[in-house]
Design a protein around this ligand. Structure first.
Ligand code: GTP
Ligand code: MG
Length: 208
């Protein structure tokens, strides 16, 4: 599937968030895990800036996504700053409560959190903290194991088994931005989450 996407806004505080409207998909994970690369592989262009140096993305970057032939955009992708690298963790941990945590807790249109972990590294404490935070906040999330192209089939099977043991409640999807593996399934999950949010918005819960 080809989509049209464009940069919408970069926010480093709550006041800069675009007005909530369309269903939003947030991409989260440790610095350098491949968040911006997953976004680029989904849309098929170099939309989000990527880098081999951790800490490239410092703001929440919003992109709107439109299907070809449709008059209006249907989705927002939010590329979030990474966490977990010692060098930048002090800054990020200062920033987290000021705009990232409010975004994850309060954004009314956040339909799905795509939580990325590197399939090449063992489960990390910082990932556990994020997933616990998302569960506690009641956010729907999908666990995506990135850079699967760097592993043999057997290594990938082992890595997925370890992740499934570590996070038994999570939906888990292997992915390679480089090879395109997992792209169709991730799109399916994203569209499903967006449709569910749009349906919920169309039929608000009855008053109680
Ligand atoms: N082999 C391989 N490398 C990847 C893949 N995805 C990302 N990379 C590489 O990993 C590095 C980091 O990618 P980014 O997409 O910038 O990571 P990020 O999570 O957005 O990083 P920050 O914005 O710094 O938090 C880059 O050098 C990418 O080329 C993948 O699927 N396979
Ligand atoms: Mg990035």
């Amino acid at each position: 599937m080809r989509v049209l996407a464009r940069f919408l806004a970069a926010a480093t505080n709550v006041a800069h968030f675009p007005a909530p409207g369309l269903p939003e998909i947030a991409f989260l994970g440790r610095s350098n895990v491949g968040k911006s690369s997953v976004i680029n592989s989904l849309v098929g262009t170099k939309l989000a800036r990527t880098s081999s140096t951790p800490g490239r993305t410092r703001s929440i970057n919003f992109f709107e996504v439109r299907w070809p032939g449709k008059p209006r955009p249907e989705l927002i992708f939010a590329d979030l700053p990474g966490y977990g690298y010692a060098k930048i963790s002090r800054e990020i941990s200062k920033e987290w409560p000021t705009f990232i945590e409010p975004y994850l807790k309060e954004r009314p249109t956040l339909a799905l959190c795509v939580a990325l972990v590197d399939a090449n590294v063992p489960p990390q404490q910082s990932d556990r903290q994020l997933l616990d935070f998302l569960s506690a906040t009641g956010r729907d999330f999908l666990l995506v194991a990135t850079k699967s192209d760097r592993l043999s089939n057997q290594q990938l099977t082992n890595a997925l088994r370890t992740l499934a043991q570590e996070y038994p409640a999570a939906r888990l999807l292997p992915y390679s931005a480089k090879a395109g593996a997992g792209r169709d399934e991730l799109w399916k999950q994203i569209r499903q989450a967006a449709v569910q949010m749009a349906a919920a918005a169309a039929s608000p819960a009855p008053p109680h």
